[in-house]
Design a protein around this ligand. Structure first.
Ligand code: GDP
Ligand code: CA
Length: 307
């Protein structure tokens, strides 16, 4: 079994490749980005993974479902609703189902299994926790804390931050199956996801960091930063603003106690020595998953590097 610690897009692309090369794949997915909006429970990273693995993601937009329409959202705005988080009609269907089932008393794990099964996803998709964990960031200029989606969507991550907090992580328990999936995996892969806000919340949960360090030799990460940049999103910017190096060396420093190896992109071949001086073995490979074939090859190289 391969277990993958996952955020959204980077992880979903990787998982698509991993599923072609391994029998059993479990994704432990960040829920720190979750948000309750207009009475609906939205789980952006879980949805990105389910939509991508069911072949229904919208590749041009980069999020949400394909063949989407926006009638409900437009109607609500015309009626005067202050709606800043775009919700497509098909997407709303997901959120209605999730929210109803949660209100009926199902756990987020149960709901997620049901949604993944309904879309014929072959990967076992586990939310990191059934308890609420919410990522907040502190805006450097004002010292004010805002929710992650407010920073990411409303502010377009264009303002400097000075801190990140995972509210609830101190009391949240890993969801059923999560610790087991870490302990019993042949290989644990930390996907090329945002180290701060996608992987950070998972590592903050009770017992996960310890479980990972105890089997560090069979854990590997893939750098989401290529040539000191994120392919998309605020990972590089956030790391710089938090005083870290925004490159593969910064990623190696974050994960040094929980992985033995880091896959870094070919363009970062010059960073091998510096990564290894952090105490993490570096494997250089093409890491841009522009096609399914590229993702399959990355999954193959990644798993082979620690098994
Ligand atoms: P989000 O929750 O949708 O923002 O997604 P993630 O946290 O999973 O992913 C964001 C990170 O994934 C960014 O830092 C990207 O650089 C990285 N990423 C996305 N696609 C790829 C890829 O094909 N290769 C690598 N190495 N990183 C990627
Ligand atoms: Ca996310």
């Amino acid at each position: 079994m391969i277990t993958v610690l996952a955020g959204g897009v980077g992880a979903a692309r990787y998982l698509r490749g991993q599923l072609q090369t391994a029998e059993q794949v479990t994704a432990i997915v960040n829920t720190g980005d979750d948000i309750e909006l207009h009475g609906l429970h939205v789980s952006p990273d879980i949805d990105t993974i389910i939509y991508t693995l069911s072949g229904q993601s919208d590749n041009d937009r980069g999020w949400g479902l394909c063949d989407e329409t926006w009638t409900a959202f437009k109607e609500a705005k015309e009626l005067g609703l202050d709606a800043w988080f775009q919700l497509g009609d098909r997407d709303i269907g997901t959120h209605l189902a999730r929210t109803s089932w949660l209100q009926e008393g199902m756990s987020l794990s149960e709901v997620t299994t049901r949604l993944a099964t309904a879309r014929a996803v072959k990967c076992r998709v586990l939310p990191m926790s059934n308890d609420p964990v919410r990522t907040h960031v502190t805006l450097a200029a004002e010292g004010r804390e805002v929710g992650f989606q407010e920073y990411f969507v409303q502010l377009g991550y264009s303002v400097p931050i000075s801190g990140v907090r995972f509210a609830g992580a101190d009391v949240a328990k890993p969801a059923p199956g999560v610790l087991d999936a870490v302990e019993n995996a042949d290989v644990v892969v930390i996907a090329p996801s945002n180290p701060v806000v996608s992987v950070g919340p998972i590592l903050a949960l009770d017992g996960i960091y310890e479980a990972l360090s105890a089997r560090k030799d069979r854990n590997i990460a893939i750098s989401p930063l290529i040539g000191g940049k994120a392919l998309k999103g605020p990972a590089a910017r956030m790391m710089t603003e938090l005083g870290e190096r925004a490159d593969a060396v910064g990623v190696a420093r974050r994960y040094r106690d929980i992985v033995s190896t880091l896959v870094i992109d070919e363009v970062d071949g010059g960073l091998v020595e510096e990564v290894e001086s952090v105490g993490v073995r570096a494997v250089v490979a093409p890491t841009i998953m522009s096609s399914l074939e590229a993702a399959v090859e990355l999954a193959r190289v990644t798993v082979a590097s620690v098994s």
